[in-house]
Design a protein. Structure first.
Ligand SMILES: [Zn+2]
Length: 314
C-alpha cells in the first residue's frame, strides 16, 4: 500500500524531484493525470468501496492459487505482486482525487473560504489518518487547523464495512478546545466552526487559527488528525511534533476577542465576532480527553501536558 505520508506530500515531492533529478515520471505521476470521476457522494463512495473490496478478494484468491504451483521467488509471483501494487496505487489516487470539497472555515482577515478535500462519510478512510487535504487557497493568514469529533452519544465511531480501514485514527477530544501557546500571539484568532460527519451521526468541530501577520512556521502545531507538522525550515522535509497543552475553557479567550465562530449550518459561513454570549460552542457536554480509534473502537488517551514543548520522534 502506498504510504499515506507520500500520498499527502506527493505534490511537494514531485516538484523537488523534477528540480533535482530531472527524471521521467513515476507510475504514480502517470496515474495521477487520469480521469477518476466527480467527487464522491455517499452512494458513489460505497460503490468505490465495493470495487476495492472485490479487487482485494480477487488478488487474495489469485495468490492462493499461485501458491499451489509456484514459489514467492518466481517471476509469476513477482509479476502478480507488481500488478496488485499498481492497482492499489490507482485506487488510492482515485480516493484522493474524488474526496469531496468541504468548507471548513473562513479567514476573519481576508474573508477567504477555507476549503479542504475530506472524507465525511465515516471515520476510517485514509483522510482520517492524514487529515483534511489542502486545496489551493489564497489566504496568507491560516496557520493551524485543529479539530474535535463529537460522537453525539454513539458508543463507537461510525464505520462503513470495508476491507481497508485505517487502524489508528486520532480525531481529538469531543468538544472544542484552545491551544494556549498559540493564543500568546496577540494577533492570533481562533475561528470555531462545525461539520456534520457520517450523515450527522457525529459532529466535527473545526478549530482554525489565523494570524496577521502569521508567526514563523516553526511556531505552528500539527493539524487535525495528524501527528506531526512541517516546520518549513531550511531543510526541505523538516518536521516536528508539538506537545501543546489543551484548554477547554473558551470563555477567557472569547472575552479577550480572540475566539470567533461560524454558526452551525450557516450556509453563508459568516464569521461572528460578538457578543461572546452568543457563541454556540461554549461549555458543550462531551468528553474532554483525546480519543483514539483503534480498529473502530474508541479509546481515551488523556490530554497533552504541554511539557516538553516538542516530542522528540527519534
Ligand atoms: Zn486570510
Amino acid at each position: 500500500m502506498l504510504s499515506p505520508f507520500i500520498w499527502a506530500t506527493v505534490q511537494d515531492i514531485k516538484r523537488e524531484y523534477y528540480t533535482y533529478y530531472k527524471q521521467p515520471p513515476s507510475p504514480y505521476e502517470q496515474f495521477e493525470v487520469l480521469e477518476y470521476g466527480p467527487p464522491f457522494t455517499l452512494a458513489t463512495y460505497q460503490a468505490y468501496l465495493r470495487k476495492v473490496d472485490r479487487f482485494k478478494d480477487d488478488y487474495d484468491q489469485r495468490f492462493r492459487d499461485l501458491r499451489k504451483t509456484s514459489s514467492p521467488n518466481s517471476e509469476e509471483w513477482r509479476s502478480l505482486n507488481r500488478e496488485e501494487g499498481l492497482f492499489d496505487m490507482i485506487y488510492d489516487i482515485e480516493y484522493s482525487k474524488r474526496l469531496p470539497y468541504l468548507t471548513f472555515s473562513r479567514c476573519p482577515f481576508c474573508s477567504t473560504l477555507i476549503q479542504k478535500q475530506f472524507d465525511p462519510f465515516d471515520t476510517s478512510g485514509t483522510a482520517w489518518h492524514i487529515g483534511p487535504v489542502p486545496v489551493n487557497i489564497d489566504c496568507p493568514h491560516i496557520f493551524v487547523l485543529q479539530g474535535a469529533l463529537h460522537l453525539n452519544g454513539h458508543a463507537q465511531p461510525y464505520i462503513i464495512p470495508k476491507i481497508s480501514l485505517y487502524q489508528i485514527v486520532q480525531p481529538g477530544p469531543e468538544v472544542p478546545f484552545v491551544l494556549p501557546r498559540l493564543m500568546q500571539f496577540p494577533q492570533m484568532r481562533l475561528v470555531i466552526s462545525s461539520l456534520p460527519i457520517a450523515e450527522g451521526r457525529h459532529t466535527a468541530y473545526i478549530l482554525t487559527y489565523f494570524a496577521e501577520p502569521r508567526p514563523p512556521w516553526v511556531e505552528a502545531s500539527q493539524d487535525w488528525c495528524r501527528s506531526s507538522y512541517s516546520t518549513r525550515g531550511p531543510e526541505i522535509y523538516s518536521w516536528a511534533i508539538r506537545n501543546d497543552a489543551y484548554d477547554y475553557d473558551l470563555e477567557p479567550y472569547l472575552a479577550r476577542g480572540q475566539i470567533y465562530w461560524i454558526n452551525p449550518f450557516d450556509e453563508t459561513y459568516t464569521v461572528q465576532t460578538s457578543p461572546a454570549n452568543d457563541c454556540p460552542y461554549v461549555n458543550l457536554p462531551g468528553k474532554r480527553e483525546r480519543q483514539r480509534f483503534v480498529s473502530g473502537q474508541v479509546q481515551y488517551i488523556g490530554n497533552p501536558t504541554g511539557s516538553p514543548r516538542f516530542i522528540d520522534p527519534w
